[in-house]
Design a protein around this ligand. Structure first.
Ligand SMILES: NC(=O)c1ccc[n+]([C@@H]2O[C@H](COP(=O)([O-])OP(=O)(O)OC[C@H]3O[C@@H](n4cnc5c(N)ncnc54)[C@H](O)[C@@H]3O)[C@@H](O)[C@H]2O)c1
Length: 367
């Protein structure tokens, strides 16, 4: 069937896995299939130099397998640098399940997925991401210990999203301090794109601080719910990127800063929760710099969630989780200053430090 769609000649040209730009030296990629439950998943293990590869599982209705593969590769690579810059002894990994989380997710499918995770003997540890809940992780926990983000009642650290949102809020305040000279967000006009688990919590922090928040989501019900709860404004234009704001907070999916949007972007700061916000890190990071838009690197400021789940592995408590997450403020300021002094993009400033930490550990491990 597939050979009718893609000839062997074309397959070679496409270089489906190792040749993908997003492959970027992944250690291992696992394709999981189970006919009975309908499970089709891909686990990406990018790098395990600092420790086991930890990263959430995303369930999404991808248009095709290329999209799913590309997503998991980009996400797992991002986790490597996120844990490295945050100072955690974790490697980078991620998983995607292809399908609609609302209609296709069943306990059987989640358990089967857990069995695949278990088969990797701890090289990959999962957690929740888009389309997943704490309850789903509890289901996975029934078949493998290699899962975090489980309920507090079951000994876990609970839903990581509020902590992620707090870290993003800290990173955003640091970016404001850098760009505006003050980290007070009162009266700042901020668009929050995607008001899911993290987006909503971020909205709450911003409203408590007196910001002027505009929300956007593809889910109309959610928009109305969040508007009624916090008294925020729903975006009603047709191009959110062109909206003149102080801060744009991408909290939906990745790659919203791309060739189509980057020159339209009418914000002074980009700071949000979404992973892989820059479609092309080097190119789009540079354009943001040239346009004077301060970009708070996503993998730096959205690390609250991983700090929270790491607590389950390292047995530290709430106080330490909050301390580490609050420290995102200081790290972000340091990175933004470092980028300015060295005249490099903020993405590169963060990336270089993360890469250096991995390289140092690699050399130590070789001794
Ligand atoms: N949950 C965490 O702790 C965590 C940690 C780090 C990074 N992230 C990242 O943050 C982002 C949000 O995570 P979440 O847990 O809140 O997910 P979520 O699924 O709860 O929310 C995502 C929201 O984005 C909306 N959305 C999707 N496409 C959109 C579009 N094109 N325009 C506007 N809205 C759109 C969805 O309708 C949904 O309401 C993701 O990119 C995730 O990878 C989450």
């Amino acid at each position: 069937m597939t050979s009718e769609l893609i000839t062997s000649k074309d397959l070679k040209k496409i270089d489906p896995v190792f040749g993908q730009y997003s492959f970027d030296d992944h250690e291992q990629i696992v394709f999981c299939n189970d006919k009975d439950t309908g499970l089709k998943a891909i686990i990406g293990i990018h790098n395990t130099v600092l420790g086991p590869a930890l990263g959430g599982t995303r369930m999404w209705n991808y248009a095709n397998e290329w999209e799913a593969l590309n997503d998991v590769l980009r996400l797992s690579r991002g986790m490597t640098f996120k844990s490295a810059i945050t100072g955690l002894n974790l490697g980078g990994g991620k998983a995607v399940i292809i399908g609609d989380a609302k209609t296709q997710k069943t306990p059987e499918l989640m358990k089967r997925f857990g069995e695949f995770v278990h088969s990797l003997s701890g090289r990959y540890i999962t957690a929740e991401d888009v389309g997943m809940t704490t309850e789903d992780m509890d289901t996975v926990r029934e078949v493998t210990p290699y899962v975090t983000g489980i309920s507090e009642s079951k000994g876990g650290a609970g839903n990581p999203s509020p902590i992620t949102a707090y870290g993003v809020f800290m990173g955003m305040k640091a970016a404001a301090k850098f760009q505006f000279g003050s980290d007070v967000l009162e009266d700042k006009k901020i668009t929050v794109q995607g008001i899911g688990n993290v987006g909503e919590e971020l909205v709450e922090h911003l409203m408590n601080e007196g910001a002027k928040v505009i929300i956007d989501d593809i889910n109309r019900e959610r928009l109305e719910e969040v508007r009624d709860k916090y008294g925020v404004t729903i975006y009603n234009g047709n191009d959110i990127y062109s909206e003149e704001v102080d801060i744009y907070a991408p909290c939906a999916l990745g790659a919203t800063i791309n060739d189509d949007t980057i020159y339209k972007l009418n914000a002074k700061i980009v700071a949000g929760a979404a992973n892989n916000q820059l479609a092309e890190e080097l190119k789009h990071g540079l354009i943001l710099k040239e346009r004077g838009i301060v970009y708070a690197p996503d993998f730096l400021i959205n690390a609250g969630g991983i700090i929270n789940v790491y607590a389950e592995l390292e047995n530290y408590g709430r106080q330490e989780i909050m301390r580490k997450t609050e420290n995102i403020y200081n790290t972000t300021l340091e990175i933004l200053d470092n980028a300015k002094i060295n005249d490099i993009t903020t993405h590169n400033a963060a990336f270089n430090i993360a890469r250096e930490r991995i390289e140092t550990r690699k050399q130590e491990n070789l001794k």
